[in-house]
Design a protein around this ligand. Structure first.
Ligand code: NAD
Ligand code: UD1
Length: 318
C-alpha cells in the first residue's frame, strides 16, 4: 500500500487509474482543477475507499508542491486533452500540458517521489507513413497538443537520467470507456457518435472516414499503469499502450450503429485541421518492459461503453 497522487483524477483516465489503485488498497490523493473533470467522478470513487482531493492547477508550482507531499508515486494525467482545443488556444495548452508537467516533475523530484508515470500521447508520431508506430520512429507532431505532450514526455525522460526519480511515459492511443465526457465541445469521437445517435441525430465524420485509430478500451490502460507500479526500473522509457488494431472511422461508426441497432447514417464534413491520418501501435516494448498485453478487445469495450452511456443518460434524465 502506497500513497499515490493522481493528477487529473476527476477526469476520464485519471478516475479509472484512481479506481484501480483504490481497489488495490492504495491511498489516493487527487489534484485536479475540474476544468474538464467532474465532481461526480470523485463522488463515484468514494465507494472504493477514501480519497483526498486537492482542487488546483498543475500550472501552479506551489500547488504542485503541496499536492505531492508524502507521496511515493505520481500518475500525471492532468492535461487539456483535445487536439482542436489546442489549435484554438495553443497558449492554454502549453500552460496546462508543458508548464504543468514540468511543475509536477520538479515538485516530485524535490519531495522524494520514487516513481513518476506520465500520460503521453500517440499524437507525437504525427503522419509517419509506416505502420504500426514504434517508439524508435522519428516524431512529427501536427498540433500544439501533440507538441506539448511530446515536450512533457521529453522532460519525463530526462528527469530519470538527471535526478534520483524513476519515470515512464506511456503513449496512449485513443482511449475510450465509461466516464469519458460526451458533452464537451472537445469530446472524443466515440462519446460524440454514441450521444448523437441516442439523440436521434446524424454524427459528422470529418473527411472520408478512412482515417484509422487504435481504439483502446480503458481497462487496458489501467492494467498497463498498474503493471508499471511493480516494475523494478522504468528508466525514463517511452512505451506505446494500445491493442495494435487499425479501425477506420467508417468501421467504428458501423460497429456503434450495429450495437445501437440504428439505421441513422453519418454525414461527412471537412477534414479536421491537425488530424493524424492513421494511428496504430506496436506494443512490443510495453510487453517487454511491463509484461503488458491487452485484456479487453475494442468491440467488447465498445458494448460496455455504450451500456454505460445509456445508463448515464437515464440517470441524468431521472
Ligand atoms: P480528461 O479531460 O477527462 O481528464 C483530464 C483531467 O485533467 C480533467 O479532470 C481536468 O479537469 C484535469 N486538468 C486539466 N487541466 C488541469 C490543470 N491545469 N490542473 C489540474 N488539473 C487539470 O482527459 P483524459 O482523456 O482522461 O486524458 C487524461 C490524460 O491522458 C491527458 O494527459 C491526455 O493528454 C492523455 N491522453 C489521453 C488520450 C485519450 O484518448 N483520452 C490519449 C492519449 C493521451
Ligand atoms: C485522441 C485524444 C487525445 C489523444 C489522442 C491519441 C480526446 C478528445 N483526444 O485524439 O487526447 O492524445 O487521441 O491518439 O480524447 N472525428 C470525427 N467526428 C467527430 C469527432 C472526431 O470524424 O465528431 C474524427 C477526428 O477528426 C479524428 C478521429 O475522429 O480523425 C478521432 O478524433 P478524436 O476522438 O478527437 O481523437 P484524436 O484527435 O485522435
Amino acid at each position: 500500500m502506497a500513497r499515490i497522487l493522481v493528477t487529473g483524477g476527476a477526469g476520464f483516465i485519471g478516475s479509472h487509474i484512481s479506481e484501480g489503485l483504490l481497489r488495490r488498497g492504495d491511498e489516493v490523493r487527487i489534484l485536479d482543477d475540474l476544468s474538464t473533470g467532474f465532481q461526480r467522478n470523485l463522488d463515484y470513487l468514494r465507494q472504493f475507499g477514501e480519497i483526498e482531493f486537492v482542487k488546483g492547477s498543475v500550472a501552479d508550482l506551489e500547488t504542485a508542491r503541496a499536492a505531492v507531499e508524502d507521496c511515493e508515486v505520481v500518475y500525471h494525467e492532468a492535461a487539456l486533452a483535445s487536439v482542436p482545443r489546442s489549435v484554438e488556444d495553443p497558449l492554454a495548452c502549453d500552460r496546462a500540458n508543458v508548464t504543468g508537467t514540468l511543475n509536477m516533475l520538479v515538485a516530485a523530484r524535490d519531495s522524494g517521489v520514487k516513481k513518476f508515470i506520465y500520460a503521453a500521447s500517440s499524437s507525437a508520431y504525427g503522419d509517419s507513413e509506416v505502420l504500426p508506430k514504434v517508439e524508435t520512429m522519428p516524431v512529427v507532431p501536427l498540433s500544439p497538443y501533440a507538441v506539448a505532450k511530446l515536450t512533457g514526455e521529453q522532460y519525463v525522460r530526462i528527469f530519470a537520467k538527471l535526478y534520483d526519480i524513476d519515470t515512464l511515459a506511456i503513449r496512449y492511443f485513443n482511449v475510450f470507456g465509461p466516464r469519458q465526457d460526451p458533452n464537451s465541445p472537445y469530446a472524443a469521437v466515440i462519446p460524440i457518435f454514441v450521444d448523437c445517435i441516442l439523440d436521434g441525430k446524424s454524427p459528422t465524420i470529418h473527411g472520408d472516414g478512412l482515417q484509422s485509430r487504435d481504439f483502446t478500451y480503458i481497462d487496458n490502460v489501467v492494467h498497463a499503469n498498474l503493471l508499471a507500479l511493480d516494475c523494478p526500473r522504468l528508466g525514463g522509457e517511452v512505451i506505446n499502450v494500445a491493442l495494435g488494431g487499425k479501425i477506420t472511422l467508417l468501421e467504428l461508426y458501423d460497429a456503434i450503429a450495429e450495437i445501437l441497432k440504428t439505421d441513422i447514417r453519418p454525414v461527412h464534413g471537412d477534414p479536421r485541421p491537425g488530424d493524424v491520418k492513421h494511428s496504430q501501435a506496436d506494443i512490443t516494448r510495453a510487453q517487454q518492459l511491463l509484461g503488458y498485453d491487452g485484456i479487453v478487445d475494442w468491440r467488447t469495450g465498445l458494448v460496455q461503453t455504450i451500456e454505460w452511456y445509456k445508463e448515464f443518460r437515464a440517470q441524468a434524465s431521472a
